[in-house]
Design a protein around this ligand. Structure first.
Ligand code: PLP
Length: 375
């Protein structure tokens, strides 16, 4: 049987052996509650704090500025809604969300309105890059928060976050950056200059169901989950000790995420035909390739590729089960038919150059077969 090639690393990544090893003690014997005062509880708390140390060091921030959540989604919800509620007494009621943000940001929209805020979308260009002129012209001292992701999860486009940060500071607005797709690509909080940053373990070869939020010291945030005083009373709920330990170990193992651009480039250079959504590869994450094969819809390609042993995706994992055209490509100005052609191939550990060349050969065959069947 042909070995499968997994090209969906933006959706989720394989668990590193070091992460698994760090999790096992907390799944097997270490069942103490980290809030308990006895030795078993203290050991679990120490494991959480060890991971917090690793992650805060990797971000170049204070230990206390990192809190654990159940996912990148929860971290983003907490950043947007928690900042809104934490500052509800201020006169700032407008909240600006990039129109190509992940749904975990955009789907806070209706709730923000019900809470008395005014969400607005900031447009992006045809490469999904935020329109800085539009942001600058709409920013004012009535804006509470601006949300612009570090890199887009569908197209891989890197965003001009320092410019966004500068504009936010000029107007006293908070800046939230969803960095789920870029964590461990070599930046620290000084490079991003955001007040709030969200992360997710399973995008960096850690376990699913764990995330983290960086909250710059002094930023006011209201908790969304209420209960015990865990995570500095910002995120109540008994911590996922095994998951957090796995997250910390995955980060410790990769001080800088492996540079996978070579593997991605071999894949792209071996394709016979494809239209790249962002033709300049230097504008995207090294592991991302977002393509269209004009006239062939993504669903047809994905089903066939799956049968040929390639796991790829048509966009955000959480919506790829539906036939909805991508909101990111719609925001980039693509027609509905074009948006339904968008395919995402994403690369990471432990893919090899040979895997990339073989994957390109299978994609070429897939496209040829579909085109031939239609003649
Ligand atoms: N933000 C971005 C940019 C993502 O790509 C994802 C995952 O697809 C998330 C947030 C959500 O993270 P999680 O899967 O941990 O909820």
């Amino acid at each position: 049987m042909t070995p499968r090639i997994y090209l969906d690393h933006a959706a989720s990544t394989p668990l590193l052996p070091e992460a698994k090893a760090a999790m096992l003690p907390w799944l097997e014997g270490g069942y103490g509650n980290p809030s308990s005062l006895h030795k078993d509880g203290r050991r679990a708390k120490d494991a959480i704090d060890q991971a917090r140390e690793v992650i805060s060091n990797s971000l170049g921030c204070l230990f206390a500025e990192v809190l654990f959540t159940s996912s990148g989604t929860e971290a983003a919800n907490l950043a947007v809604l928690g900042a809104a509620l934490g500052n509800k007494d201020s006169n700032r009621k407008r909240i600006l969300l990039g129109s190509a943000e992940h749904h975990c940001v955009l789907h806070t929209w209706d709730l923000l309105i019900r809470l008395g805020f005014h969400p607005e979308r900031i447009p992006v260009d045809s490469f999904a890059r935020i329109d800085l002129d539009a942001l600058e012209s709409t920013l004012g001292d009535d804006v509470l928060l601006v949300s612009v992701m570090h890199a887009n999860n569908e197209t891989g486009t890197l965003q001009p976050v320092q410019d966004v940060s500068r504009l936010c500071r000029q107007h006293g607005a908070l800046f939230f950056c969803d960095a789920v797709q870029t964590y461990l690509t070599g930046w620290t909080v000084k490079d991003v200059e955001a007040d709030l940053i969200s992360l997710s373990a399973h995008k960096v070869n850690g376990p699913k169901g764990v995330g983290a939020i960086y909250i710059r010291a002094g930023v006011k945030l209201q908790a969304l989950s209420l209960g015990g005083g865990q995570e500095r009373e910002v995120r109540a709920g008994t911590e996922n000790v095994a998951g957090i330990a796995g997250f910390g170990a995955a980060v410790a193992r990769q001080p800088k995420k492996l540079d996978v651009s070579e593997v991605r480039n071999i894949f792209l250079d071996n394709l016979k035909e494809a239209v790249a959504t962002v033709p300049d590869r230097s504008l995207t994450l090294g592991g991302h390739a977002h393509l269209r094969f004009p006239g062939i819809d993504a669903e047809t390609m994905l089903i066939r590729l799956d049968r040929m042993g390639i796991s790829a995706s048509s966009g955000a994992a959480c919506s790829s089960g539906s036939l909805e055209p991508s909101h990111v490509l719609a925001a980039c100005g693509y027609s509905e038919a074009e948006a339904k052609e968008g395919l995402r191939f994403t690369f990471g550990w432990p893919l090899t150059n040979e895997d990339a060349a073989e994957a390109a050969a299978r994609v070429n065959r897939c496209v040829e077969e579909i085109r031939r069947s239609r003649r």
